[in-house]
Design a binder for this molecule. Structure first.
Ligand code: SF4
Length: 296
């Protein structure tokens, strides 16, 4: 699988593979389709560093210890999409393994990591709220090196973008509030495959309530950045559910109103390229402004 097939990232890092469906956005899951295809071709030859792997007889969740060292061994700064073939916060990925993934990201500040989940409650639970400083994750690990890396890290990890995938208003309402409550340097949303109109204006932009804190006078809101990057796109593949361009237009307008960068990935169709990338006659390829990656 060519890493470049996802336009908004440089490389794919798959420390876990395997998943199962959790909402209508999963109906034509690329990872499940690809797993089936790889299995048909004999998965063994795909079991090399960084390549998607299938595991077991179906698409069971598997963790890949050997993949953990890949970013550590990659000196050139890269933007990595974490888990194109899985969901890092799937209930069958042990919390201790998630802690190890975060420890690797903490130890490689020259890379940027883009994480997307549909399991926002577990992400919120394990990563904690703004100000928690990674304590929940630390509590899951008995491994000394992992604990040290998490303990020494700056929280939230500046090089980790945490995001949720949403396909419709219901999933936006369920997942985005949990993301906004989760400690993260950059919060983003992938609305792909977009299956209906979504209003996410209340979570977009730099000034959003991200939490509460106690003060001498009682409770006070913690203000911070909400969603600072939105990617949207239509579905592709056999039996794709067509995108109504007005849904994408509305999201773009919401972003413009909140000064949030917007990336339109694809219209969709029988193949990812079928419908092209134009929305109202132009491409939309904006990215969040983030600090320069640190040297290691
Ligand atoms: S959560 Fe993602 S990887 Fe898992 S089944 Fe759904 S679309 Fe596929």
């Amino acid at each position: 699988v060519a890493d470049t097939s996802i336009i908004w990232t440089d490389k794919v890092w798959n420390p876990t593979t395997g998943c199962d469906r959790v909402g209508p956005g999963c109906d034509r899951c690329y990872a499940l389709t690809m797993a089936k295809r790889l299995k048909g071709m004999g998965s063994a030859k795909y079991q090399t560093d960084g390549d998607p792997r299938t595991s077991g007889p179906g698409f069971g969740v598997a963790v890949h210890e050997d993949a953990l060292t890949i970013p550590l061994r990659t000196k050139k700064p890269q933007r990595w999409f974490v888990n194109s073939m899985s969901d890092l916060f799937h209930p069958r990925v042990p919390a201790e393994f998630i802690a190890r993934v975060f420890a690797v990201m903490a130890q490689t500040p020259h890379h940027t990591y883009q994480i997307l989940t549909k399991r926002a409650p577990r992400m919120r639970h394990l990563i904690g709220r703004p100000g928690d400083g990674g304590d929940q994750l630390l509590a899951t690990t008995t491994d000394e090196a992992t604990a040290r890396a998490l303990y020494d890290a700056e929280w939230p990890l500046p090089n980790v973008w945490l995001g949720v995938s949403v396909e419709d208003q219901q999933r936006a309402d369920e997942r985005i509030p949990l993301l906004v409550e989760t400690d993260a340097a950059v919060r983003w949303v992938s609305a792909e495959p977009l299956l209906g109109p979504v209003d996410m204006t209340r979570w977009l932009g730099k000034e959003t309530v991200v939490g509460m804190t106690t003060t001498a006078d009682g409770w006070e809101n913690i203000d911070g950045p909400g969603i600072v990057w939105l990617v949207a796109g239509g579905e592709s593949g056999r039996g794709f559910r067509p995108l109504d361009l007005d849904w994408a237009r509305s999201l773009r307008n919401q972003c413009q109103g909140a000064d949030v960068p917007f990336l339109f990935k694809q219209v969709g169709g029988p193949t990812p390229k079928s419908g092209g990338r134009l929305l109202d006659g132009r491409e939309w390829s904006e990215y969040p402004v983030t600090p320069d990656p640190k040297e290691v």
